[in-house]
Write a protein that binds this ligand. Structure first.
Ligand code: SAM
Length: 297
């Protein structure tokens, strides 16, 4: 029997009947988006460690599973990890789920997985929904590569500083964002990356009000502001990467900036670097702040 055939026959087969942690992806909105294997695991394990037991109970009720739940969220993850390892030591199998999508991706889970690995028990991923991959798949952006950046900092200055470090990245950039920050975030994307790059605004994916809009960064804020509903719900943003030629230009601009920062006050260095290289002043400013913060200029 191949491993694939064995796995299809039951969850216990993969880990040879030994206790294991199953990291199970669950829907990001539409409760129908759960794999057959995920349902089987959720039915057969001894306990499910869930970010919010009420959310997971709804999913289990919908699919006719009565497996007991325990809480494993960002405020108790360390102690939950210890309890999970104890249960594995007692011969039980455990599933780990978050409220939506894949555990450990902009969600709790990595501490539990690390503890289980350190204790020497198998960790079995059960793949399924993930908001970043879902948005990326409908974007038509990039060349198959993307950089998952998760949530940007909530404060504008820190957010622009992180974005400044991504200006030369040629892979598409994927961000998660909350509705109350969506406009500010898109304004900052435009300030740092300029008007011309493409932006995908993926809202409420897989849900009744799903909307997926692609436009230039220069048009995005106006589009968002044209209808209050466009700023409601859960968001994934995908920004096209820098053109390959721009990467060389940006590397040159960064070199120039670093040299000038060694000789001049920050503002003067930025102004001169912008004149010399033609790079955007906002992006150079954020880069200069990051360089100074790292103590390299
Ligand atoms: N672990 C999840 C995953 O695999 O995608 C991500 C959880 S993170 C706490 C929640 C964020 O993911 C939301 O604020 C939003 O940015 C994004 N997200 C989750 N579900 C989404 C959906 N249905 N549509 C758009 N974005 C979504």
């Amino acid at each position: 029997m191949t491993e694939q055939e064995a796995t299809a026959q039951g969850v216990a087969v993969r880990s040879g009947g030994k206790p294991a942690l199953y990291v199970v992806a669950t829907p990001i909105g539409n409760l129908g988006d759960v794999t057959l294997r995920a349902l089987q695991v959720l039915r057969e394990v001894d306990v499910i460690a869930a970010e919010d037991t009420r959310v997971t109970r709804r999913l289990l009720d919908r699919h006719g599973s009565a497996t007991p739940l325990m809480a494993a969220h960002e405020h108790n993850e360390r102690s939950a990890a210890l309890r999970i390892v104890e249960r594995l030591a007692a011969g039980e199998s455990v599933a780990l789920v978050s409220d939506a999508g894949t555990p450990g991706i902009a969600d709790p889970g990595s501490q539990v997985v690390a503890a289980v690995r350190a204790a020497g028990y198998p960790v079995v991923p059960i793949p399924g929904p993930n908001a970043a991959a879902t948005a990326m798949s409908a974007s038509g952006l990039g060349d198959g590569r993307f950089l998952f950046c998760g949530f940007l900092p909530a404060r504008g200055g820190e957010r622009r500083s992180v974005l400044g470090e991504l200006v030369a990245q040629t892979a598409a950039l994927v961000f998660y964002e909350a509705p109350h920050r969506i406009t500010d975030c898109v304004e900052d994307l435009r300030a740092i990356f300029g008007d011309d790059r493409s932006l995908l605004i993926a809202r409420e994916l897989t849900k009744i009000h799903e909307s997926i809009h692609r436009c230039r960064l220069g048009e995005a804020v106006q589009w968002l502001n044209a209808d209050d509903n466009r700023r409601r719900g859960e968001f994934v943003l995908v920004v096209d990467g820098a053109p390959a030629a721009a990467k060389d230009d940006d590397a040159g601009a960064e070199r120039t900036l670093r040299i000038l920062l060694g000789e001049l006050p920050l503002k003067q260095a930025v102004a001169l670097a912008a004149k010399l290289t033609g790079a955007a002043r906002n992006a150079l400013y954020e880069q200069a702040l990051a360089i100074r913060k790292d103590g390299q200029g």
